[in-house]
Design a binder for this molecule. Structure first.
Ligand SMILES: Cc1cc2nc3c(=O)[nH]c(=O)nc-3n(C[C@H](O)[C@H](O)[C@H](O)COP(=O)(O)OP(=O)(O)OC[C@H]3O[C@@H](n4cnc5c(N)ncnc54)[C@H](O)[C@@H]3O)c2cc1C
Length: 397
């Protein structure tokens, strides 16, 4: 090995979930490494040019997600032209029943710059341009990862790991079970256009353009096959060439209508979700989980609120690691609800706190009790159950 270091906690993937996990663990005083294969942090939310921070509320005037998810939503506005919806500005919180949603647009680069500052303040050791290539296991759990970067191949050991890779990388490497799903296909990119047809406008003409392509789905497991990733990406580029040539033929000119920036991450929505001690499934909205570590609303419609069991962050057959973000154990409709930015931040924070408590109590995730994790989250002001935000009457069980 060209290098070898030891940490309390190693977080794999610096998307929204990984950044949240690393912040939560480091703020408890632990030595935390955050490992990212790109030279950008934020994952799909920034490298993927996804710039809608979906809601922290239930769509009926009740905030259900807080903590780091709210901190990132607010701080992501630091270097961006967007603002909080008027109803959610703190001077005038919305009335019960309000349909205004607590969500914002943000400039992806703003979120990257702000998250880097937060990580630096928390003393997280950020490894950029460092690809996790393999895992090591001992005593029945993950004990180290192998990383490749400009220094060669090295090893990062940890007492506990967080898999925030978006694709359940550590669990798949350990031979654990996971599920996949169909992906709906679209492309978000940044362009200059006098049409400013997108509502996602930074200026009169610079905006992010979400394209919908003619077919809706891409096969399950896409994104887990190297050639598939290349084919999908090149298909998007081919469609863009066609789009610009068609527009130029129709009278537009490349002087003021041209692509500015393409995503540097393939925009698969669902890659792999680890099979954990518990799995969130369709119909689990309004269900009480005694081990809940946070809540999310449904970004697609007002009403439903989901409690999040700690068990869906703890892989069933692989110990030493907690899941965070879009690769937690959620299937069917639940995966659709949980695969977005606020839920990634919420599960990331819960995974980071859980990893920290594992280290403090010298336990593995499989030995972890929910109560201390819940206490720590509550101390940070996070609400865990529907009845804590006045929605107890909505319980289905
Ligand atoms: C087209 C599209 C539109 C979307 N629209 C929205 C929207 O409007 N609003 C919204 O809230 N959400 C939206 N989403 C979903 C959302 O952006 C993501 O699901 C969410 O940001 C996922 O965060 P994450 O941290 O779980 O995973 P990711 O963002 O995938 O982060 C995982 C990180 O791990 C890194 N990584 C992976 N493998 C390795 C490795 N081997 N070594 C080191 N690092 C590694 C990756 O580079 C990445 O940075 C959209 C998604 C898509 C595809």
């Amino acid at each position: 090995m060209d290098f070898s270091l030891k940490y309390d906690i190693v977080v794999v993937g610096a998307g929204i979930a990984g950044v949240s996990a690393a912040l939560a663990a480091a703020r408890r005083g632990h030595r935390v490494a955050l490992v990212e294969k790109q030279t950008l942090i934020g994952g799909l939310a920034t490298a993927g040019l996804i710039f809608v921070y979906l809601p922290l509320c239930d769509g009926e005037g009740v905030q259900v997600t807080g903590g780091i998810a709210e901190e990132l939503l607010l701080r992501g506005l630091d270097f961006s032209p967007f603002e909080l919806p008027q109803d959610w500005q703190k001077e005038a919180p919305p009335q019960r029943g309000s349909s205004s949603r607590y969500k914002v647009d943000f400039a992806p680069a703003s979120l990257t710059l702000v998250m880097d500052e937060l990580l630096a303040e928390a003393n997280v050791d950020l490894w950029l341009d460092s690809r996790v290539c393999d895992i090591r296991q001992s005593a029945g759990r993950i004990s180290a990862i192998e990383v490749e970067n400009a220094s060669g191949r090295g090893m990062l050991q940890g007492s506990c790991f967080v898999d925030a890779s978006g694709e359940a990388l550590l669990v798949r490497r350990a031979g654990g079970e996971f599920s996949t799903a169909l992906n709906s296909l679209s492309l978000w990119m940044m362009e200059m256009s006098p049409k400013a047809s997108s509502i996602y406008a930074f200026t009169d003409s610079l905006h992010i353009q979400p394209f919908r392509f003619p077919f809706e789905v891409y096969r399950p497991g896409s994104g887990l096959d190297g050639k598939d990733v290349s084919n999908y990406t090149r298909f998007c580029w081919q469609e863009l060439r066609k789009y610009y040539r068609d527009n130029y033929a129709a009278g537009h000119t490349s002087f003021n209508h041209y692509p500015v920036h393409l995503p540097t991450m393939p925009q698969f929505r669902k890659m792999a979700a680890a099979k954990c001690l518990k799995t969130l499934n369709s119909g689990d909205e309004f269900r009480r989980f005694e081990d809940s570590v946070g809540m999310t609303g449904d970004w697609r419609k007002p009403g439903p609120v989901w409690e999040t069991p700690l068990g869906c962050l703890i892989p069933e057959k692989t110990d030493g690691v907690l899941m965070a973000g879009r690769c937690i154990s959620a299937i069917e409709d639940a995966w659709e609800v949980y695969r977005v930015i606020p839920a990634a931040a919420m599960t990331g924070e819960a995974a980071g706190i859980s990893a920290a408590i594992c280290v403090e109590q010298r336990r593995t995730p499989h030995e972890l009790a929910a109560a201390p994790v819940q206490d720590a989250l509550r101390q940070g002001g996070i609400k865990l159950h529907l009845d804590e935000v006045g929605l107890g009457a909505k319980y289905a069980n």
